[in-house]
Design a protein around this ligand. Structure first.
Ligand code: NAP
Length: 339
């Protein structure tokens, strides 16, 4: 059984869900993969950089007891003291620059650790440089959890679609707006539907990232950057949110057998990639019509396959944590990379 030291940078909803998932899966990781994981580093703005080479007790971390850790001054000292084999970068999104996540991931790769993130900012602003650095160091930089939680999207292309070129994609990427539309279809006003989503812990107190289309725009940006090698900026993505949509319009569409959803698109056009986000009516014959009412779905058109569709239901910190775990296992379980 191989002991692997993990450092968690960010211990919010996803960080805690990841710690819980490790606890739930510990016997399976040991028996099936011969791996024993230890959380030897945990960090956040409030906590600072805490390390414990012997490993923290995850139950205590989840109870908010961080007293076993030694405080480090900066990230390199933290990685070193924690003898980090992998960094889980799960801090807040900075859609404008991707920092400080990018610098933290760079430090981890330079330290000799693998880097796995759920942070879209690190992907849209750092994908090429971080992937290159990981390759130079014989490590990996993976980010499955960034889009559709743990649903395989990036790994699907990386592992199972060799020599395929993605021509266009169209998808419902933001499940919060899907939940709002689903509640409006059931009779709620926009404000009431938003309140339901907030009370369920799906929408933020400040819901603007979801309902103004920013979250979907950053996700399509990440998909286009990685899967289409797009060189675009977030401001290049035409964006319309859902604030102006009336309950009457949503219900009229539903009565006609259609759904309104926030749809993101990316397409190769004249040698470049053009992306957009905006509400669209989805008719019954539309490839996106089969998605779960409050979940996500993407329709891909490749030069080797037609109408590849991937969909999944409710997403949240637990499914995002699974995306992190799947990346981790794909790294440590790949024989050529697991030294
Ligand atoms: N929630 C989801 O379902 C989901 C789904 C897909 C992707 N993601 C992504 O996953 C990441 C984490 O999401 P979350 O829901 O766990 O957020 P969250 O609950 O707000 O937690 C964020 C954590 O990051 C820490 N943090 C923020 N800035 C930091 C910095 N500069 N240095 C060190 N620590 C910092 C915070 O520390 P303090 O609390 O001490 O400030 C907190 O522990 C985000 O990038 C998000 O976009 C989340």
């Amino acid at each position: 059984v191989r002991a692997i030291n993990l450092c968690l940078l960010g211990f919010g909803n996803v960080g805690r869900a990841f710690a819980r998932l490790l606890l739930d899966k510990s016997a399976e990781l040991r028996e099936r993969y011969a791996i024993e994981t230890r959380i030897t580093g945990v960090a956040s703005r409030r906590l600072g950089w805490l390390a414990r080479e012997a490993g923290f007790d995850p139950d205590k971390l989840l109870d908010g007891d961080f007293s076993a850790g030694t405080k480090c001054g900066f990230i390199r000292e933290w990685l070193s003291r924690a003898r980090a084999n992998a960094l889980l970068e799960i801090s807040s999104l900075n859609a404008q620059t991707g920092e400080p996540a990018i610098s933290h991931i760079r430090a981890a790769l330079e330290h000799g650790a693998y880097a796995i993130t759920a942070n879209k900012g690190a992907v849209v602003h750092g994908y090429r440089a971080l992937t290159e650095l990981a390759r130079a160091k014989g490590k990996r930089f993976l980010f499955e959890a960034c889009v559709m939680g743990g649903t395989p999207v990036f790994s699907l292309f990386r592992e199972t679609l060799p020599a395929a070129n993605l021509l266009r994609l169209r998808g419902v990427l933001n499940s919060t707006t899907s939940r709002i539309f689903a509640e409006m279809e059931a009779g709620a006003s926009f404000d009431a539907a938003l309140k339901i989503a907030q009370d369920a812990g799906i929408a933020e107190t400040d819901p603007s990232a979801d309902i103004d289309g920013w979250d979907a725009a950053v996700k399509v940006h990440a998909l286009a950057t990685v899967l289409m090698d797009a060189q675009i900026k977030i401001d290049d993505i035409a964006r319309e949110g859902i604030r102006g949509i009336s309950a009457e319009r949503v219900r009229a569409a539903a009565a006609a057998g259609k759904r309104i959803r926030l749809v993101a698109r990316a397409e190769r056009r004249d040698g470049r990639v053009v992306a957009s986000v905006g509400p669209e009516e989805i008719s019954p014959g539309d490839p996106l019509a089969g998605g779960p009412p409050a979940g996500s779905i993407i329709h891909f058109e490749l030069n080797t396959l037609h109408d590849l569709i991937i969909a999944s239901g409710r997403q949240g910190p637990d499914t995002t944590a699974y995306g992190l775990l799947a990346d981790f296992l794909s790294i440590v379980h790949a024989p050529s990379l697991s030294s």
